[in-house]
Design a protein around this ligand. Sequence first.
Ligand code: PEP
Ligand code: MG
Length: 846
Amino acid sequence: MPPISLSVPLAGWLCPLHEVPDPVFASGMLGQGVAIDPLGDVLHAPAAGEVIGFHEAGHAVTLRLHEGVELLLHFGLDTVGLGGVGFTPLVRIGDKVSAGQPLLRVVLDEVVDGARSLVTPVLVTEPSGHAIEWVAAFGPVEVGQPMALLVPDGLAAPANGDAAAFEERLSRDVRVPLAHGLHARPCARLAETLKGFDAQVRVAAAGREASLASPTAMLRLAVRHGDTITLLASGPDADAALAELARTIEGGMGEGAPFPVGSATTAEAHVADADAAVVQVTAPLAGDVLRGVTASPGIAVGPVWRPVQPEPPIDAIGAGAEVEAARLHDALAAVRAKLGSANGGQAEEDAILGAHLALLDDPELSGGALALIAEGMSAGLAWRRILHAEAAALRATGDARFAERAADFLDLDLRVQWQLVGTEPPIVVAPAGSILVADDLLPSQVAALPPGGVAGLATARGGPTSHVAIIAASRGLPALVALGNAVLGIADGTTVVLDAAGGALEVDPGADRVNAARAEAALREARRAAALAASSRPGATADGHRVKVFANFGKLDDVAPALAQGAEGCGLLRTEFLFLDRADAPDEDEQAACYGAIAKALEGRPLIVRLLDIGGDKPAPYLPIAVEENPALGLRGIRVGLARPEVLSTQIRAILRATSSGDIRIMAPMIARVEELRDVREVLLAEAAALGVAAPELGVMVETPAAAVMADRLAAECDFLSIGTNDLTQYTLAMDRGNAAVAGGIDGLDPAVLRLIAQTCAGADRFGKWVGVCGGLASDPLAVGLLVGLGVAELSAAPGQVAEVKATLAALTREHCEIVASEALEASSAAQVRALAANLLRKAGL
Ligand code: PEP
Ligand code: MG
């Protein structure tokens, strides 16, 4: 049998398979092969054969050659998610093709935005008794040039073998105690430490190696807390370098005391990744209705808008290695100068700028780009290739904390690309009245949306009690989450009705429905305006039963809009939001100033400061918590403060110092046991005595079923209770509030949750203590009457909902609320409770 020759199927840059930023391909799990970073837009047959597979998304072709050999040509990574956009198949399953025949045409501009990478693996998935000799050199390749020879077994030449030359190296195993593993900062510090030695040191972890001199390469290893790494050193002072590096790492590098190691493995995460890669997106049709979960109530009608980051033009062809290297050098210097002199104004922004500066100085990034430039690439393409590969490699680790850093590389790529073209990036403005559709959103992205632009949010993933949902509700922006991938298939500009309260996204539903929805939205707007006009009166039912209506804050800027809505105080200051993206812990002075400023802005109205609620879905870089198998049940809320007494007492001292600025009270999150309350009280009394000030009231957040059933015992020792219905719901129903797979069942109006609220109110009442609600239920018009009927005395809503909550209260009587609440306690489902509550509102004319 003669050998089968394979020719290059796509013009571009040929690279080894292990460089593909996706472990499923890079590991060779699907077969041996190579990859091509494409410059061409037509994929050709590498040899004659038959098309035996053509994915319906158009991105992957399988060919069967002579003697049963099979090839997979997979255009880009995660391109299946594009649902066919940008791909035009030129052949069909069953077609016989000749060598070099065009198989697939790709509109690169369309694919590049939605794909994780354009890198195209070319794999021999079934060698059928052939050995493979790869003959093309890595680097630029043209269609049709020889790529590989498939030689029947027995005829193959001995493999070249690309193992690195053996070198005498000293090695030492080190277990990493750093709570966040080897993330960017420790990687940079280790590289710095190494500069004091002449030795070359590499790090091996989970079968991969990286130079310790390159923080970026180290980061790619995704070494976590508890992992054992091997340090490999060669050179004159290898011994001393190993000893010093091992001592530094084992000493924890100031990253907190180690915690027990979680057992989720990278391998498992990779399997999940591979599964996710085969998710299909079918474009919804006109008239389709997608079901999601209400994150913020309301209705909005508008065109779909999927924001696209503006891209500068990138030169496809370089003007010569020297010119391009100089261009990159100048651009990096200019960006470094800009970042160095920039002042984000906010501490978090400054921290991000600092992180970008550190990456700019990483020799692996600039060195990698310069190597590509030397091969003939333009500065822009080379920089992009290196930075996108880094981002993709971090995402492919399967570890959320490392994956989040991918955005920094993409940001930095864009900064340099805009510098290369010499212009500032245009500002992305949402079309007025549009519905923002996204896979998922970051809280910061929602917070950055300017008022008056987007009319509603619809995401494929996310949970109803996520912090994105909280911010959307605080802005009165209707939002649906957990709509599934189908939402991403809706074409830009398609008119949709976002019925957030009803949990439905209606795709191009026809003129009648659009008009009716617009009328409903207008009616809701009129109601909101009327509620706003009446918002200055104290919160009370129609028959005069007083219920205070407060607002939840996450920053100083929340105060003014909340007061404009008639907030009578702050029932929950989420202090962890104030310093969430900080690399260093805020000190006592900084905290005291921040709490004092918010208390002052409230002009004497009560301010309930919640002690830091970090952990679970709210990580804070400055307070590292080890990877936990089950973070919601792990070290979070008050447990963190009690485990780190200095963090708790610093915050308490700061709050005590701020008490001179207003009416401040304190509350503790995630209390599950009376002893925890006692421990916090002890710290509070000790710090108050040391500062010579009176201890303010101390409340307990009821967020665990344990706290609800023990409410009487807690009430005996605290000053008030405030129910966090977001967490209470997740713990009662055992449904993760951030997990879209169970988000459909998370409903705070579930009778199980209502029974715990009733139990809390009864327990508190025994000791004459008041109960508030500061979770999402306090903002839900359907819940307001029920909560009042169950005995809740204070509702702390999202700032944008305060006026409506007051208006709802004002339309109800206490007696009606109590009757419906007792019926709801007898209900057997959340749907039944919702029907009862809707009936109560209807009867009240709402
Ligand atoms: C809650 O759990 O309901 C709550 C108010 O706290 P957070 O949403 O910040 O966890
Ligand atoms: Mg909570």
